[in-house]
Design a protein around this ligand. Structure first.
Ligand SMILES: NC(=O)c1ccc[n+]([C@@H]2O[C@H](COP(=O)([O-])OP(=O)(O)OC[C@H]3O[C@@H](n4cnc5c(N)ncnc54)[C@H](OP(=O)(O)O)[C@@H]3O)[C@@H](O)[C@H]2O)c1
Length: 324
């Protein structure tokens, strides 16, 4: 694909992907129509990568905007990099999930399809933090591989160009990477200044897997179920605010620069500031000292703990992330 004015990363096979994308999860707070309008606005400003997911409940609305943009000639399908994700209740029928996303998004094929979570533990979109499903079970490499092989078949059929994985840990990656025929092109993980995931990022790069950072700004308006009293607000950290002041921009743009300069692809969500987020790309880089000062904000501030996916017998959410 051509990434227009946006610099690109190179994927394992030499293919290109824009270095920044637009998130589309309305966090149970922004309605589907508003997210879709923001996506259209973002594309008009120059965004070319859109991070969708079947469980965000807005692919139909986003697809309607894509169709209008294609008809108007504002952008061509092949100029966009459209990603979607298979939700946990569709691991046994990935093809149906993929077809539905393609149909809803009216995009003919997906550039990348992700396995949203590496296990089939289902909870309804919008559930509260105490919700548990008695059928939930721990990660199983066999189950994951069975799901992954369905995505490999979709690549061979031309329904998707690349396979993505998400919410993985090094331990889970070690259990499966050697057994894949088509490598994953990217891994989507929570990454922001107070939760930099340095070890995982290094591991992914070593394996030729592009790290994509979700919640790159620290997701200040995430759903209630993902808010805990001990959570830290990244963009309110004085060190980050001071650097933003020095660059004459919002801390959000500093978070984006920090991700990009670490070789991570950030996918910030925005209905009101998306144009500013593009401004952060390729201009006025952070100095080494500034990069170090931001990395020093690391405090293990994981925001998506994933407690709704826990299985019977699990101690707490740390089990989900293979942490002691
Ligand atoms: N793979 C996964 O499991 C997974 C999990 C979570 C998220 N994701 C993806 O990652 C995307 C991003 O995560 P997120 O939406 O939770 O959080 P985020 O991108 O870290 O933060 C979004 C928030 O920041 C604000 N914001 C954005 N740009 C700004 C700017 N320049 N100045 C001031 N405020 C700004 C937005 O407000 P305005 O709307 O007012 O601009 C919005 O409230 C999601 O949309 C989704 O696509 C993936």
């Amino acid at each position: 694909m051509s990434t227009g004015n946006i610099p690109s990363y190179t994927l394992f096979d030499g293919g290109k992907i824009p270095c920044i994308g637009m998130g589309t999860f309305g966090s149970d707070r922004v309605c589907a129509e508003d997210v879709a309008h923001a996506v259209a606005g973002g594309i008009r400003c120059g965004f070319r990568l859109i991070d969708c997911a079947s469980c965000y409940g807005n692919e139909q609305e986003i697809g309607a905007e894509f169709e209008k943009l294609f008809e108007e000639g504002a952008v061509k399908r092949e100029e966009l990099f459209i990603m979607s994700k298979v939700w946990n209740d569709m691991h046994r029928d990935v093809r149906a999930s993929c077809r539905k996303s393609i149909e809803d998004l009216r995009c003919g094929y997906l550039d990348m399809l992700f396995i949203h979570w590496p296990f089939p533990n289902y909870h309804a979109p919008g559930c509260d933090g105490d919700a548990r499903n008695p059928d939930s079970r721990p990660f199983s490499a066999e189950e994951f591989l069975d799901t992954y092989r369905q995505l490999e078949a979709l690549v061979r059929e031309g329904l998707i160009r690349y396979i993505g994985i998400s919410n993985m840990t090094i331990k889970k990656l070690e259990a499966v990477l050697g057994q894949l025929t088509i490598p994953p092109a990217a891994c989507e993980s929570e990454i922001h200044p107070c939760f930099g995931q340095a070890e995982l990022v290094d591991y992914l790069k070593q394996k030729g897997i592009l790290p994509i950072g979700y919640m790159p700004l620290g997701s200040p308006r995430r759903p209630e179920r993902d808010i805990a009293p001990e959570d830290v607000v990244d963009m309110q950290q004085p060190a980050l605010q001071k650097i933003a002041e020095a660059h004459g921009c919002h801390p959000a743009e500093i978070c984006i620069k920090w991700s990009l300069q670490r070789g991570i692809l950030p996918i910030p969500f925005s209905v009101n500031h998306y144009e500013n987020n593009l401004r952060a790309v390729g201009t006025d880089p952070l100095s080494e000292d500034e990069m170090a000062a931001i990395s020093a904000l690391e405090c293990g501030n994981r925001l998506v703990k994933g407690q709704v996916f826990l299985w019977e017998g699990a101690e707490d959410w740390h089990d989900l992330w293979d942490e002691d």
